[in-house]
Every structure is written in C-alpha cells, then in structure tokens.
Design a protein around this ligand. Structure first.
Ligand SMILES: *Cc1c(COP(=O)(O)O)cnc(C)c1O
Length: 349
C-alpha cells in the first residue's frame, strides 16, 4: 500500500468514512438480514431521518447524488416539463445530462444569478413560457444548499423562492449534497430550512458528510413518493443489500455525528479563509459561508502549488477561482501546510 498522502482540498468526497459510519457498517455486517430495505437498519435510519426533520416524511436510500437528484425530480415531472435551476447547479453542469436521461425529455432551465443562489424574481422570470404549449412547462425549481459556490441560502431566502414557486405551481426540490454544512452554518433546525419554508423533496447528502457512499431522498410532500421504489429499481438504484446504505445513516444521524462532521469542515474552512487573508494578492471570490473557500490566486502561484501536489478544482463556477473544499477530516495542520506552500509560491512569483 502507498503511504497516506496529505489531505487535499479537491473535494469532500476525497475523505474516508468517519469512524461511526465504519462501526455501523461493521455491526450491520454481523447479521444475516433480508434484502431491499426490509431490515431493521433501514427502519432505524428512516426513523432517524424523520426525527431529524421532525415530520412524517417518506425516506429512501440511493447510491449517489446524481440519482438522488434525478429520481426525486422525476417524481415531480412529466416528460414535457422543465426544471428551473442555477447555471452552476450540479444537475446542470455535473450530471452528464442525467436529468434528461432519467426523465425522458424533461429539460433544465438554468438561470444566471449572483453567488450561486436563485432569487424569487429570477424564478418568476424564468418560468415564463412565451411559446405556450410549444415549450416545456415549468414544473419544479431546484435549489442547492449549500450552493455549488459555497454560499448558503437563509431560511427567508428559501421561503421567498418557495412562495413564488407555490404561486406558479412549481414544486421545490433541494439538492442537499452538503445540506449538513448549511445546517451547521445556519444553526437552524433541519425542518426550519426545508419543509417549514416550502421544500417538497430533499436530496440529503451522506457521501460528503462522512459516509462511503449513498444519499437519502426525503419526500416532505409524500404524495410525490408514489412508485419511488420502482423508479429506483428501474434505474439500477435499488440496493439489494440496502442495510449497508442505511446503516451508514444510523452512524451519521445518531448522536449528531452528521452535524459534528459538518461543523468541523466549516470550522477548518473558516480557518483557511483567515489564513488566506494574510496573503497579499489572494482574494476570496464568493462569501465563505460553509466548507468551501473560493480563492482567486495569481496564475503562477496556482500552478506552483498544483505542481507541489496540491489538488483543487479551478473550473467550478465563474472566474477560475481555486475551489478549496474542506471535509470532516480536514485539519488546521492541512491548512497550514497548504498556506505555507502557497506563501512560498507567491514569494517566488
Ligand atoms: C457531489 C454533489 C452531488 C452528488 O454527486 P454524485 O457524484 O452523483 O454523488 C450532487 N450535488 C452537488 C451540489 C454536489 O456537490
């Protein structure tokens, strides 16, 4: 085995499983249990999600975020519908057309609004259908929380968008691949930033929060959950050994581990932001509100730290900023090592 390298800032999916997830998997492995979700781990995980959101929602566990998004949107849309989203949303930029593939003709309607966040006015404008029945009918709006640019919608912002959506008869989907980080930032209850402000269905991220794989789909509008298992089955997303998806959620949600993980990532990102502020010539591109820092680096310095082996994306969102993503296992020491290399690169540039 190669020795463990440093923890990079490429993505929170570079982190391993947190100990509680690994322990839950080991425990789930100790017993012979029924498949396809008919098992006590899945019951326990569903119950924990309901308790977390303080409501009687329908909960499903799928393998990844693309499927969570597309299957939940599929539950809202007919093939002639369209989904309003942000131009930098994961469904628009990072799912290889899966929304159209899963939904047989549903289109996305990307909007260009500041800092990765949709606004009520933009949603209203975007839902116009000038060509009448020749155009796809808007049926859903998809918000990402935290956004792909590392910002966080406040509960009031979500409420205002959802109010316009209601008026226009659009359902509200939330891509919560980093939902835990938003909860940690806002210090609000999960219910207060979802169904209580008008979210109908949530893709709840586990992978980036400390699971090995798997996201949950949470239907607050339970009428929309009809046939969801068949949609999963047909698209290859119904886990036969479901308990290994669901047990991870027991590891995350019991004792608040998910929020501890998210808070840790957010805290290290805040530290990184502070350390970068010491460096002349380095600026932050978007407000740092959760676990991502988007840093505008001089090109030569960005190349130099990349050449030293530091990994990060510079093609997420506009402007070529380095996206520095912290995960549950990121540490201040990782930040210090990176900032040290960056400071040296800036000196030589
Ligand atoms: C990571 C991520 C996903 C999930 O992607 P998969 O690779 O399909 O698991 C979804 N939405 C956002 C915003 C993400 O960052």
């Amino acid at each position: 085995m190669t020795p463990a390298g440093p923890r990079h800032f490429a993505s929170d999916n570079n982190a391993g499983m947190c100990p509680e997830v690994l322990a839950a998997l080991a425990e789930a492995n100790a017993h012979h249990l029924p498949g396809y979700g008919d098992d006590p781990w899945t019951r326990r995980a569903e119950k924990l999600v309901r308790e977390t959101f303080e409501t009687d929602c329908d909960v499903f566990f799928v393998f990844n975020g693309t499927a969570a998004n597309c299957l939940s949107l599929w539950s809202l849309c007919e093939p002639f519908h369209r989904v309003i989203c942000h131009q930098f949303s994961h469904i628009q930029t990072d799912e290889c057309g899966a929304p159209g593939f899963f939904m047989h003709g549903v289109t996305l309607h990307p909007l260009d609004t500041p800092e990765g966040k949709l606004t009520p006015d933009a949603v209203r404008e975007g839902s116009r259908t000038p060509h009448g029945f020749h155009g796809s009918e808007p049926r859903a709006v998809s918000l990402t929380q935290t956004t792909e640019l590392g910002t966080v919608y406040t509960p009031d912002e979500v409420r205002a968008i959802a109010a316009v959506a209601r008026e226009l008869k659009l359902s509200v989907h939330m891509d919560g691949a980093r939902f835990a980080n938003a909860v940690a930032t806002l210090g609000a209850s999960p219910a207060d930033i979802t169904w209580r402000v008008g979210v109908d269905v949530l893709s709840l991220g586990g992978t980036k929060n400390g699971a090995a794989f798997g996201e949950a789909v949470v239907f607050f509008d339970r009428a929309r959950a009809d046939n969801f298992r068949r949609r999963c089955k047909q698209s290859g997303q119904l886990a036969s050994k479901m308990r290994f998806l669901s047990a991870q959620w027991v590891g995350l949600l019991e004792n608040g581990v998910w929020l501890r993980n998210a808070s840790a990532a957010n805290r290290v990102a805040a530290y990184l932001e502070g350390r970068l502020a010491e460096l002349p010539g380095v600026n932050v591109a978007f407000p740092r509100q959760a676990n991502a820092v988007f840093a505008l680096l001089p090109a030569a310095a960005a190349e130099a730290v990349a050449a030293r082996g530091w990994r990060f994306y510079n093609d997420v969102g506009p402007g070529g900023a380095a996206r520095l993503m912290c995960s549950w296992d990121s540490t201040e020491a990782d930040v210090d090592a990176f900032v040290g290399d960056l400071a040296a690169a800036l000196d030589h540039a």
